[in-house]
Design a protein around this ligand. Structure first.
Ligand SMILES: CC(C)(COP(=O)(O)OP(=O)(O)OC[C@H]1O[C@@H](n2cnc3c(N)ncnc32)[C@H](O)[C@@H]1OP(=O)(O)O)[C@@H](O)C(=O)NCCC(=O)NCCS
Length: 170
């Protein structure tokens, strides 16, 4: 039986160890980590999956922003990583974590502007993310353009830089 709890209730080292097992310990240099550098996950959009009290999955969402070349400043939530314990992958836990975070984002309004870096076959097929509006986005590191995905009515198109939403620290 899988249950879901706010990620903030889980011991942070246990979350880090699960992420290491799912992605490898070299994950920290990835562009997705640089985009949200210095940020804390958004509590209301970040969840853990537990099975008999054991941590089997996590999803985190982060406050980021689009700084448009034309002066626009648009708040977005960056979704991910989604991670499932390797031995428990392909059993629907990842999909349930995404559904949980997306439902919370719908309730809070954050779903109007979501982005992530990920596999379009997964995030497009199941969750409606596309690269349609991200072609002009600059990110702080290498990215395969077809993996820079977004979803929501307020997602900005055009030239701009995606980075941490520093004001969210205040
Ligand atoms: C990707 C991940 C989160 C998916 O979670 P999961 O619990 O294993 O996946 P689910 O069981 O919910 O998968 C549902 C469907 O997605 C498919 N799927 C899973 N990963 C996929 C991928 N990378 N590309 C395409 N389809 C994928 C599954 O085949 C399944 O489809 P089906 O129901 O038609 O068989 C998990 O496998 C994982 O942690 N992987 C390592 C870390 C990672 O790559 N995270 C994603 C990047 S942020």
């Amino acid at each position: 039986m899988i249950s879901f709890v706010p990620l903030a209730t889980i011991d942070p080292p246990a979350v880090e160890q699960l992420l290491d097992r799912a992605f490898g310990a070299d994950r920290h240099g990835r562009t997705a980590y640089r985009i949200r550098e210095g940020m804390r996950p958004v509590d209301g959009l970040s969840f853990a999956a537990l099975e008999d009290d054991a941590l089997v999955g996590t999803i985190q969402c982060w406050p980021v922003r689009f700084a448009g070349a034309d002066g626009r400043d648009v708040a977005l939530a960056m979704v991910g990583p989604v991670a499932v314990e390797p031995a428990r992958q392909r059993d629907g836990i990842g999909r349930m974590l995404m559904e949980r975070a997306l439902a919370a984002a719908e309730s809070s309004g954050a779903a109007r502007a979501l982005m992530l870096i990920g596999d379009p076959e997964y995030y497009g097929r199941f969750f409606g993310f596309t690269a349609e509006r991200t072609a002009g986005w600059h990110v702080p590191g290498p990215v395969e353009r077809h993996r820079l995905l977004a979803r929501g009515d307020d997602v900005p198109a055009g030239e701009g830089t995606i980075g941490p939403r520093i004001a969210a620290l205040a």
